[in-house]
Each structure stands twice: as structure tokens, then as C-alpha cells.
Design a protein around this ligand. Structure first.
Ligand code: G3H
Ligand code: 13P
Ligand code: NA
Ligand code: ZN
Length: 328
């Protein structure tokens, strides 16, 4: 059944678990997420980015998610729009039938320029008013994702301009978070703690100076009833990196957010954990390996099936690790 993010995260808070929110762009990702949820009896958040809408087309994405709900009627599913860049973008998603939207006012309409606090409050508050009138949940974001190692605003390729973000912009301030939630009435708040999107998050296994899990605790103490969201939370599995590189890929040494650190966050109010890159790495590794080992195969269903299986294994592991398993 289709449910709102607020319904699911209230349940998650009551029962002390976190929900992985997986990005979806195609049938294989959708199947992997749902089969894993079915196997582990987990509730689901699937999210579509602007890039996903551009790739698949909004109607295909919408019907992919509706098909998932039809095939797995016993699994609660939140249909979430990831990183909306304006109230108008969120409005269109609400019209399409999304049960939850993210208004990311930490960045401007270009999706990359940091904004003022007043701008963020204004666009988020207006989105909440509109969405709540339609029974739709809203996630806001305060603070900019980015690398505390380099000051790089989170570019997916790891080669963004260095030093454009200050240390302060990349760590959400607990007092500001309290003011933001009060003024906007968001259902969930994405916070910045040193993670960034994509595979190139950390040049070494992260320690507290570059991955500020302590900041989550400080924010949670200040706003204990607000559901917190971690973006850029792929763990970047070293075994998949090795397989990609063994079968002709070239991915440089890099590290993600360890699952144990996410589990620590879940103890302190993190309820939604955004994961895209891990499924990309797993499917790429599985396809590269299959192609390398089956040189005469040309039926796409063969290599897409191994990609689906690899993604499903990641989904199962995250549902279990975040204690969402058994909560559907
Ligand atoms: O926000 C980041 C997600 O990984 C979505 O990425 O914009 O390439 O679809 P995308
Ligand atoms: P990753 O790139 O770490 O998977 O993060 C995804 C995300 O935050 C989507 O909003
Ligand atoms: Na989101
Ligand atoms: Zn994100």
C-alpha cells in the first residue's frame, strides 16, 4: 500500500529503526528493492530524483512504483521525490501522486549553489503548506552536503571545486535546526555531517573529524521528536570496487559511510538513510563480471538478472542492519 513518509518514520521512531531510501530509475532497481523488502518483511521508501525523471520519464517512474505496490500489496511503500529544487517541482510531483517530497532549499534552483537561511526557510515553509494540504509529507535540508576533507561541494565525480564550502556550511547547527523545524514544520530534516553524494566521499576510512556522527547526537538532543535524514549514505563496498576493477573498470581508491556509523546515527534519531551509489556499484560490478565471464551471451535479461540479484543483496543487508526487517 502507498503510505506517507510521516506515517512510516513515526513508526520507525516508535520502534527504533531506520529505513533505507533507495533511488529508483528502472525496472531492475525497483524489483531488487521490492524483492528484498518482501524477503525481509521491510517497509519501503523509493525515491526518484530529477535525473531519474529525465532518464525514465515521470509517467514510467510513477507506474513502476504503482506496479510495485500492485505486485507487493502487503508491503508499505513511500513514493518520495528526492531533492526537489523548488516548490513548483514539488507541486508537480504531488500532482503525479507522490506521497512525499523533498524540498532541498539548501541549494538554489540550479541544484548546486548554496542559499541563504532565509531563502531555505521560505521555500520549505511554502512547500510544507501546499503538501500538507494534499496529505503529502515533506523532507527539508539544512546544511550543505560536502567533504570536510577538501571543502568540496558534493560532486558525484569527486572533482568538484575545492574550498567552495566552509566547514560551518557543511555541518548543520543544532540551534538553527530547531528554528528551521519550528518555522517550516517539515516532517523530516536532512542534515549535513560530512557526507557527500556519489562514490568519492572519503579518501580514507572515515574518522570523527571527517564524518561527524557526534553532530547527529547534538541535533537529536536539541530536536528529539524530529525525524533526521542522512544523505550520501552509501557505504561504497570494497568487495564490489575490487570486482569492478578486476573486470576492466577503473575506480580509484575511495571509502563510504560504514554501516556501523549509520547504526550509531539510528540510535540518535536518524530514520531515513539515502542510498543510491551502492546499488550502482553492485549492478556495475555484477554486469562487468558477467560480461567478462560470458563472452558469447547477448540476452540483456541474463546480465540484468545478475545486476538485480547483486542490488537485492545490498538491499537485504541494509534492511537488516537498520532493523527495518520485520517491520512491514
Ligand atoms: O541525489 C543524488 C542521488 O544519488 C540521485 O542521483 O541525480 O544522478 O539521479 P541522480
Ligand atoms: P549516495 O550517493 O551515497 O548513495 O547518496 C544518495 C542520496 O543521498 C540520494 O539523495
Ligand atoms: Na530525499
Ligand atoms: Zn541526497
Amino acid at each position: 500500500a502507498l503510505i506517507t513518509m510521516r506515517q512510516l518514520l513515526d513508526h520507525a521512531a516508535e520502534h527504533g529503526y531506520g529505513v533505507p531510501a533507495f533511488n529508483v530509475n528502472n525496472l531492475e532497481q525497483m524489483r531488487a528493492i521490492m524483492e528484498a523488502a518482501d524477503q525481509t518483511d521491510s517497509p519501503v521508501i523509493v525515491q526518484a530524483s530529477a535525473g531519474a525523471r529525465k532518464y525514465a520519464g515521470a509517467p514510467f517512474l510513477r507506474h513502476l512504483i504503482l506496479a510495485a505496490i500492485e505486485e507487493f500489496p502487503h508491503i508499505p511503500v513511500v513514493m518520495h521525490q528526492d531533492h526537489g529544487t523548488s516548490p513548483a517541482v514539488c507541486q508537480r510531483s504531488i500532482q503525479l501522486g507522490f506521497s512525499s517530497v523533498m524540498m532541498d532549499g539548501s541549494l538554489g534552483e540550479d541544484g548546486k549553489t548554496p542559499t541563504t537561511y532565509e531563502y531555505n526557510v521560505d521555500v520549505t515553509r511554502r512547500t510544507v503548506e501546499m503538501a500538507h494540504a494534499c496529505g503529502v509529507s515533506v523532507e527539508g535540508e539544512l546544511g550543505c552536503l560536502g567533504s570536510l576533507e577538501t571543502g568540496t561541494a558534493g560532486e558525484e565525480d569527486g572533482i568538484g571545486a575545492e574550498g567552495v564550502l566552509s566547514h560551518d556550511q557543511m555541518l548543520t547547527d543544532p540551534d538553527e535546526a530547531a528554528d528551521f523545524v519550528k518555522k517550516t514544520q517539515v516532517d523530516a530534516l536532512a542534515i549535513a555531517i560530512g557526507t557527500s553524494h556519489g562514490a568519492y566521499k572519503f579518501s580514507r576510512p572515515p574518522t570523527g573529524d571527517i564524518l561527524a556522527i557526534d553532530r547527529i547526537k547534538a541535533i537529536h538532543e536539541r530536536i528529539p521528536t524530529t525525524h533526521l535524514v542522512m544523505h550520501g549514505s552509501s557505504s561504497v563496498p570494497q568487495d564490489w570496487l575490487a570486482i569492478i576493477n578486476e573486470f576492466g573498470g577503473e575506480i580509484a581508491e575511495t571509502y563510504g559511510v560504514p554501516v556501523e556509523e549509520i547504526q550509531e546515527g539510528i540510535k540518535y534519531g536518524v530514520r531515513k538513510v539515502n542510498i543510491d551509489t551502492d546499488l550502482r556499484l553492485a549492478s556495475t560490478g555484477a554486469i562487468r563480471r558477467f560480461m567478462g565471464q560470458n563472452k558469447s551471451e547477448f540476452d540483456p535479461r541474463k546480465y540484468l538478472a545478475v545486476a538485480t540479484k547483486a542490488m537485492k543483496e545490498i538491499c537485504v543487508a541494509r534492511y537488516e542492519a537498520f532493523n527495518a526487517a520485520g517491520q512491514a
